[in-house]
Design a protein around this ligand. Structure first.
Ligand SMILES: Cc1cc2nc3c(=O)[nH]c(=O)nc-3n(C[C@H](O)[C@H](O)[C@H](O)COP(=O)(O)O)c2cc1C
Length: 439
């Protein structure tokens, strides 16, 4: 069994991780006998109409955990269940966002939860075939999920008559191609179809024209893993957790300069102080917190002075950031923010698929500008250039969110640490240890 580095057990807010840590939970036998597994699938297939399942998910208020936070039940209702021809469910298990490992935690601990969630979703939207697009580097999660699917197949839950219901359900796995862009939903669909992973322009959205041109529901692993609980306990019970507009709990993978990096289940509305200082054990090595990324490297940074920001999506939007992929990256006061931003920009520039001009050109341009600044060749011109490039990457100017993310790194680090940028660019010095200049 993998080492547990995060939430598990009998806490009242452990909706997803309640049974994590149970020996052999990854086997069908233990998932059913100890964790009540597949009861939700039985209920959904035998006692509920597909529209009722979707309505229950709507009532829960669940919002996608992959990045954008779109309302899950509403997304399901976009698929015309009665339209003729094949429809698909595609599960995004690419998880390439820096600082994010929550889906891996799920797959390694309780892969049957995902199998169950997928089967319920497929039945609800009228699909018979599901594809899991799993990050190519995820060997162990791939192995565990494959084994779970095969066990479910042997038991008949995946197959022509799941739970005796005349409704064929199949799940297949597709190993991803090792690029960050493969997690973007339309690039993922291209990759799944055997083409180069590049985003499609939208509309049409995947619900209308997705995999192989067919109506497709695309959801993140954690989103679907939440569904069995909702079916078992009801959407209203789920909505009691969290806040009005961001109900429920979510998994946050906390990494960086903390004492206890790991994956923690957090009721939305709790503060980041709770996540970083309590759950993840505070800042390591006796240093102070400088800055954190609240939702993966793509989410705009927040300085230590904003540690009491709440984890729900509305509070994060008010703080000019986002919950994103649930990856909380923590940096202490021994690090230079300009260097950190440079490092991330190198990542975004390298991972740009090159299909749209602002992202293809902008990322490299920003990297070269950071390099001039860090080589003590900067001036106000370089600062202005960075801000102009950042603006050119945002607000719909790129085909997908990768460009926005690159822009937000520049923008948000400059907004909160302007003085450090000016130290580097104008005075040619690095004063690591400075606190944020604004909140
Ligand atoms: C560059 C980029 C990478 C992404 N990577 C992932 C990923 O690895 N996993 C994921 O679930 N969503 C990822 N997303 C978000 C997906 O496009 C999509 O919004 C999500 O999978 C939808 O599922 P949800 O509604 O359940 O959140 C990424 C988006 C962008 C722009």
């Amino acid at each position: 069994m993998p080492e547990l580095r995060g939430s598990h057990g009998d806490s009242p807010t452990n909706v997803l991780t309640r049974w994590f840590g149970t020996p052999d939970l990854h086997t069908l036998d233990v998932y059913e006998s100890k964790a009540g597994g597949y009861a939700a699938l039985r209920k959904a297939l035998l006692d509920m109409a597909p529209a009722d399942i979707t309505n229950e998910v709507k009532t829960s208020g669940l919002r996608g955990r992959g990045g954008a936070g779109f309302a899950t039940g509403t997304k399901w209702s976009f698929i015309n269940r009665d339209s003729p021809g094949p429809k698909y469910v595609v599960i995004n298990a690419d998880e390439s966002e820096p600082g994010t490992s929550k889906d891996r935690y799920i797959l390694e601990n309780s892969p049957h939860m995902l199998v169950e969630g997928i089967l319920i979703a497929a039945y609800a939207v009228g699909a018979n075939q599901a594809w899991v697009y799993i990050r190519g580097e995820y060997d162990e999660p791939y192995r565990m999920l494959s084994a779970a699917i095969e066990e479910a197949r042997a038991k008949g839950y995946v197959g022509p008559k799941p739970m005796g219901k005349d409704y064929p359900l199949d799940i297949r796995l597709y190993r991803g191609h090792g690029a960050y862009i493969c997690g973007e939903e339309t690039a993922l669909l291209e990759s799944l179809e055997g083409k180069r992973a590049q985003p499609r322009s939208r509309p049409p959205f995947p619900a209308v024209k997705g995999a192989w041109g067919r109506p497709t529901l695309l959801n993140n692993v954690e989103t679907l893993v939440t569904v069995p609980w909702i079916i078992n306990h009801g959407g209203a019970a789920y909505a009691k957790f969290g806040t009005d507009k961001s109900p429920g709990t979510r998994l946050m993978s906390v990494s960086g300069n903390v004492n206890k990096p790991g994956v923690y289940e957090v009721e939305l509305g709790q503060t980041f102080r709770h996540v970083i200082m309590d759950l993840a054990g505070g800042i390591a090595g006796g240093h102070d917190l400088k800055v954190f990324w609240p939702g993966g490297s793509s989410a705009p940074v927040l300085p230590a002075s904003m540690l009491d920001t709440k984890t729900d999506m509305e509070s994060l939007a008010a703080a000019r950031s986002m919950g994103g992929s649930g990856g909380v990256i923590v940096m202490d006061d021994q690090h230079c923010i300009v260097r950190a931003a440079y490092r991330l920009l190198k990542f975004y520039a390298r991972e740009s698929c090159g299909k749209c001009t602002p992202c293809r050109i902008g990322g490299d341009w920003a990297v070269r500008t950071y390099e001039r600044i860090l080589a003590n060749e900067g001036s106000q011109v370089e600062i202005d250039t960075l801000l102009r490039v950042s603006d050119g990457l945002q607000n719909g100017r790129c085909l997908c969110g990768l460009g926005d993310s690159a822009g937000w790194v520049i923008d948000s680090t400059f907004r909160h640490f302007r003085e450090e940028y000016e130290d580097h660019a104008l005075r040619h010095e690095c004063n690591v240890g400075k606190v944020a200049t604004s909140a």
